[in-house]
Design a binder for this molecule. Structure first.
Ligand SMILES: [Zn+2]
Ligand SMILES: [Zn+2]
Length: 250
């Protein structure tokens, strides 16, 4: 079995925040993962960091599992799934973090599956004139983009340095293609807006080489039934890019 599809061994670990199911080796962790934050020490937070209520025997303090800050029960009551930190069960989070985690659930529930199911693109490598029709998908362990056609490529997600999503306006006649996201900056495609993702340019490092390789993905015009699928795959990839940016930035 190739490295990209290996089912990495996992182990159950208990942290003060709860039970987590993590890969045996850190190198096998998801590129979308986040580390647990350090908890603000008890003695540094006499009051709730949201509503300023003083802690005592009746008003107990709780730590938000996502940001590690200290809150009263009222301000930190929601238990929300936090797959990016590998928690098995939903964990206690402050209101602000709960909102972010809830938005991320959409990525985990829907868009991650779209990425893993794959979509068809014309793929052009480097400055080549030729393009090849390939199915592109995210590997099950979330660590590789796998491309299958006459050729086969596996691009490790952590080697990707730039993701540009190419979009096109819906307005008839408006054929200008322009790029949104570059260098993993978290600008976003306006959701439900009048633009549609039609392609992607990746730059990545091939292990052992210092130079960046560029790969261009174009949604196929000939396979009209697949065009919608390609557009949702690209939108999911756009969201994934934002998560990657956060994971690297932590
Ligand atoms: Zn409070
Ligand atoms: Zn928080």
């Amino acid at each position: 079995m190739s490295g990209c599809e290996a089912r990495d061994a996992k182990k159950l670990v208990r942290s003060p925040s709860g039970l987590r199911m993590v890969p045996e080796h850190r190198s096998a962790r998801s590129p979308f993962g986040l580390d647990e934050p350090p908890w603000v020490p008890d003695k540094e937070c006499p009051r709730c960091m949201q509503c300023d209520t003083k802690f005592d025997f009746i008003t107990r303090k709780h730590h938000c599992r996502r940001c590690g800050k200290c809150f009263c029960d009222k301000c930190c009551s929601k238990k929300v799934p936090l797959p990016r930190m590998c928690f098995v069960d939903p964990v206690r989070q402050c209101a602000e973090c709960a909102l972010i985690s809830q938005k991320e659930s959409e990525f985990y529930d829907k868009q991650l599956k779209v990425l893993m199911n794959g979509a068809t693109f014309f793929v052009t490598l480097g400055t080549s004139e030729k393009s090849e029709l390939m199915v592109c998908r995210l590997s099950n362990n979330q660590r590789y983009l796998v491309l299958d056609g006459d050729s086969h490529y596996e691009i490790e997600i952590i080697q990707i340095s730039t993701v540009q999503i190419l979009t096109e306006g819906f307005t008839p006649g408006e054929k200008d293609t322009y790029a949104y996201t570059s260098l993993l900056e978290s600008q976003h495609i306006p959701e439900g807006g009048n633009s549609r993702a039609i392609g992607m340019i990746l730059q990545y490092k091939v292990p052992g080489s210092e130079e960046l390789t560029q790969m261009k993905f174009t949604a196929s015009e000939d396979f009209s039934c697949n065009k919608k699928l390609s557009a949702s795959w690209l939108a999911a990839m756009h969201k994934a890019t934002k998560l990657l940016y956060e994971s690297r930035d932590q």
